[in-house]
Design a protein around this ligand. Structure first.
Ligand code: UDX
Ligand code: ADP
Length: 482
């Protein structure tokens, strides 16, 4: 078997997955030219910005990797067709959100962007092209991609004289916030496919920096299903620990002690046992809903119900937190100021997709709260889009509630610092575990708040003793004593 040596890669989609993944491939494989293309002109302009703090994706270490490779063998452009024509390997790394309408709405993935890509590849590719599914896709999507590719270019016996394709599945397991570490030292790289030559060509790309034993080869379906299953298992651990957190709160147990006690069992392991406001991010919910859809489709309703319960528990946890904020604030937040610290779905990212803050903020707005929102990385335009509500101007810290506020109209405004956000608030609700929230000076903050004031720590990042010293009341997720 001759291994097809890859010289030119094109990646369609310059998002959270495509951008960092290609930056690391280009960095580690200087002899491969990597073109990252996207239809979104402003996104591409941001990837090309001379100021590395303006890259469209915030990831620790990404700026350094991009600065080493950009202009050398890493290029960002909107010339999709030309990049496809030039490439011997095309990664499809476009968005695949849950469908919002039509067949499978609320569960199945919306594959319109993947399909559009496949058609574009079919039209523009030249010679033999290896097409790699990078986006998380429902099982058996590779068949759809292959069918589209082959319909456009029926293969002839002499492959050298025509365009031909191999389709591989190569799911990405990086987590946001640690993407560069995850890409540079992955637990494993998974390549699914039937064409051994194509598999080895892709394995050789990763072989530049990933030890051979960590490169797993499977058939296409196992690879696609493994990605969904890995995310479902991870999400299931979070729903499990969040369900136990609620039990801890009513029984006097502490979920961190329980997590430690069970996590020392090597069969259970200690990771992913952090109780919180529920999982967010672009993958967990989408992938589980995909499993639910698939299970129904294949006549396995019990399997579908099992996985659905992981998502339902997560939604419940988010509503539970907004409900208890209202209850502790004497049953009403109408006209009250509540500070939200953190809006991203986890620390060290500017991504807000499915962030627990969205559902919780919406609940509180519905109750008529006035929300001061501070996140060190999320832009206010993004928050406005997520809440489907434009920002109001920030009222003076000591101003009492306006007539509109008391009439029950929820509003929000962005704050530039924790102090500014907290001033005049009745409560602080911590929703993202940014490091800076671990070190807050609660005595100073308490002096800026309207008393009696509460701290709701949905990420368990504060030191309870320091909050108590400041004379503030505290609720901490999973803490039966708080
Ligand atoms: C996840 C998978 O980890 C990754 O392998 C896959 O490629 C994409 O989906 P990501 O969504 O970026 O990555 O972040 P992750 O660290 O998994 O966190 C997901 C959510 O779970 C976040 O909202 C996080 O705050 C929450 N979480 C995580 C917890 O609430 N508790 C934990 O113990 C761990
Ligand atoms: P992910 O987290 O999977 O990377 P993102 O939404 O961050 O998802 O990125 C997906 C990117 O794919 C977006 O920037 C979008 O503009 C781009 N995209 C979607 N369809 C196409 C297409 N047909 N051609 C080029 N780019 C596309």
């Amino acid at each position: 078997m001759t291994i097809h040596s890859i010289r030119k890669i094109c990646c369609i989609g310059a998002g959270y997955v495509g951008g960092p993944t290609m930056a690391v491939i280009a960095d580690r494989c200087p002899e491969i030219q990597v073109q990252v293309v996207d239809l979104n002109e402003s996104r591409i302009a941001a990837w090309n910005d001379p100021d590395f703090s303006k890259l469209p994706v915030y990831e620790p270490g990404l700026d350094v990797v991009v600065s080493r490779a950009r202009g050398r063998n890493l290029h960002f452009s909107t010339e999709v067709d030309a990049a496809i024509a030039d490439a011997d390997m095309v990664f499809i790394s476009v968005n695949t959100p849950t469908k919002t309408k039509g067949l499978g709405a609320g569960q199945a993935s919306d594959l319109r962007w993947v399909e559009a890509c496949a058609r574009q590849v079919a039209q523009c590719a030249q010679g033999h092209t290896i097409v790699v599914e990078k986006s998380t896709l429902p099982v058996r999507t590779a068949v759809a991609i292959k069918t589209i590719l082959e319909a456009a270019h029926p293969q002839v016996a002499d492959a050298s004289s025509s365009t031909s394709f191999s389709v591989l599945s190569n799911p990405e397991f990086l987590a946001e916030g640690t993407a560069i570490d995850d890409l540079e030292s992955p637990d494993r790289v998974l390549i699914g496919g039937a064409d051994q030559e194509a598999i080895e060509a892709l394995a050789a790309v990763y072989g530049h920096w990933v030890p051979g034993e960590k490169i797993l080869r499977t058939n296409l379906w196992s690879s696609e299903l493994s990605k969904l299953t890995a995310n479902a298992f991870l999400a299931q651990r979070i729903s499990s620990i969040n369900s136990v957190a609620a039990l801890c709160e009513v029984t006097g147990a502490d979920v961190r002690e329980v997590a430690k006690a069970i996590g020392t069992d090597s069969r259970i392991g200690s990771k992913f046992l952090q109780a919180g406001p529920g999982f967010g991010g672009s993958c967990f919910q989408k992938d589980i809903l995909n499993l639910v859809y698939l299970s129904h489709h294949f006549g396995l309703p019990e399997v579908a119900d099992y996985w659905q319960s992981v998502v339902s528990l997560n939604t419940w946890q988010q509503h539970r937190i907004s409900r208890l904020v209202v209850q502790k604030l004497f049953g009403t937040v109408t006209g009250k100021r509540v500070t939200l610290l953190g809006f991203a779905f986890k620390a060290d990212t500017n991504d807000t997709r499915e962030a627990p803050a969205i559902r919780i903020a919406r609940d509180l707005l519905e109750e008529g709260a006035q929300l001061a929102i501070y996140d060190p990385k999320v832009e206010s335009e993004q928050i406005a889009r997520d809440l489907n509500l434009p920002a109001s101007s920030a009222p003076a810290a000591q101003a009492g509630p306006t007539r509109a506020a008391l009439s029950g109209e929820g509003t929000w405004w962005p704050s530039n610092s924790v102090d500014e956000a907290v001033s005049g608030s009745d409560a602080v609700l911590i929703l993202t575990e940014w490091n800076q929230f671990r070190e807050l000076d609660w005595t100073t903050l308490a002096s800026l708040m309207r008393q009696p004031a509460w701290v709701f720590d949905a990420r368990a990042v504060v030191d309870p003793a320091r909050v108590a010293e400041a004379g503030l009341m505290l609720w901490r997720v999973g803490d039966g004593d708080a």
